[in-house]
Design a protein around this ligand. Structure first.
Ligand code: ACM
Length: 414
């Protein structure tokens, strides 16, 4: 076999290996920062390198709508080009989306598209102002790209729009799952939220797909076969209050902060409900797998100081790569039992602070490799001390692909 121009001899051997969890996933936010088809293909290559098998693509949010829906052209004409702190807009045509799906499939990766509803919908309201907004709170968030608003489950035309969008999305998605979002619907009553998720779930099922949603969907009538994504899980370093003084969270009006805290405080209750309803869990505990945490330890390369300071959500405490590696999907939350409840592990990268593909790479690597390992290895086979030695030999692979990465000073890079 050839490797880096040299012939390498491997002994005759039999490899017995299999993944710990069925789904090993990454959620990529292309709404806050749009990435081209060629760039997303490189993200798929990263997943393939680490034997991950789902690209969950967060196609819509307040800052942009990124998928062509033929019945509603304004979604991309207007929603694809929202004001977004100077970042270029964009969207995928259905043909381009199919190209991505095929590219992923050829690497054994399934694409799960997300339309984030009923909240996170400013781009939808900008595109079709006639959609009915069920949130009547009139608060000026004063944060670029943020908006309170939620589609109204009790408005027939709005729900027709939702059904049409889900139907078109189902046609271009060969995989079994559609992700319907469902997170952070601040200001929406529980009753309306539940009615919205129940109806949307039915649209998904009518199209012979299965539903995934963020953990708040457990409040609705979800069932076995549905998946909920457990994301609300803060960890460590929460005493870094000075660091976070100018953060997005502390910049929120007190009424909104209260609503957000209320959402967070229901995290355990959501998970209990999901387990009781026998839905599967995708574990995405934000404190361990949200890769937009800023890096805490210094870089071994002083030239990375600027990227390190700029990139990552200021609202989160900074975390070392060791802190974010030290968790176990089966035990971090005793409400979940790995064998019965956990269907998979998913990292997420949110792109509010990212403006280009190099910056995305900087936050993805090296932490993505650590999350992939949690999805594959049995936990007794891993610990930080031996993992960091194995990790130290990965950069030649990344450099060959011209991928940027954070040169953590905690690793003795080869
Ligand atoms: C999320 O991070 N709002 C799912």
């Amino acid at each position: 076999m050839e490797a880096r121009g040299k012939t390498v001899y491997l002994p005759v051997l039999e490899v017995k290996d299999s993944p710990r969890f069925t789904w090993r996933r990454l959620s990529l936010d292309v709404s806050r920062c749009f990435f081209t088809v060629e760039e997303v293909k490189q993200v798929i290559d990263m997943l393939s390198l680490y034997k991950m098998n789902v690209l969950h693509i967060h196609l819509t949010d307040n800052q942009g709508w990124r998928i062509e829906i033929k019945k509603y052209p304004n979604l991309t004409a207007t929603g694809g080009h929202m004001p977004n702190e100077g970042r270029k807009g964009g969207y995928y045509t259905q043909e381009q989306f199919r190209e991505l799906v095929e590219y992923a499939a050829s690497r054994f990766i399934t694409v799960v598209p997300e339309i984030d509803i009923p909240g996170h919908t400013a781009a939808m309201f900008a595109s079709y102002p006639e959609l009915k907004n069920a949130v009547t709170l009139d608060l000026n968030l004063n944060i670029a790209g943020q908006a309170l608003g939620a589609l109204d489950a009790d408005d027939a035309e709005t729900m027709q729009f939702v059904e049409d969008v889900i139907t078109e999305l189902a046609v271009i998605t060969p995989g079994s799952y559609l992700h319907i979002g469902g997170d952070e619907t601040m200001g929406l009553s529980d009753e309306k939220f539940i009615r919205f998720i129940n109806q949307t779930r039915q649209f998904v099922l009518n199209n012979r797909k299965k539903m995934v949603g963020w953990q708040e969907i457990c409040r609705a009538d979800i069932k076995e076969g549905d998946l909920f994504q457990h994301w609300i899980y803060l960890t460590g370093n929460m005493d870094q209050t000075d660091e976070r003084e100018d953060s997005m969270i502390s910049g929120l009006p007190p009424e909104v902060l209260k609503l957000l805290m209320e959402t967070f405080s229901r995290a355990g209750e959501d998970v209990e409900k999901g387990v009781f309803k026998q839905a599967g869990a995708i574990v995405s505990p934000s404190g361990f797998v949200y890769l937009d945490h800023r890096y805490l330890e210094p870089s071994a390369d002083p030239l990375q100081t600027d990227e390190q300071e700029r990139l990552g959500m200021p609202a989160y405490p900074k975390q070392t790569i060791e802190q974010m590696y030290n968790w176990d999907p089966s035990t971090f939350n005793p409400l979940l039992r790995a064998s019965e409840n956990i269907a998979g592990v998913e990292a997420a990268i949110w792109c509010e602070t990212i403006s280009n593909f190099r910056e995305l790479q900087f936050l993805l690597m090296p932490r993505l490799a650590g999350v992939a390992e949690k999805g594959w290895f049995k936990v007794e086979h891993t610990n930080w001390d031996e993992y960091k030695v194995r990790l130290s030999s990965h950069p030649p692979l990344w450099e060959q692909a011209d991928w940027n990465y954070f040169k953590s000073s905690l690793v003795d890079w080869k």
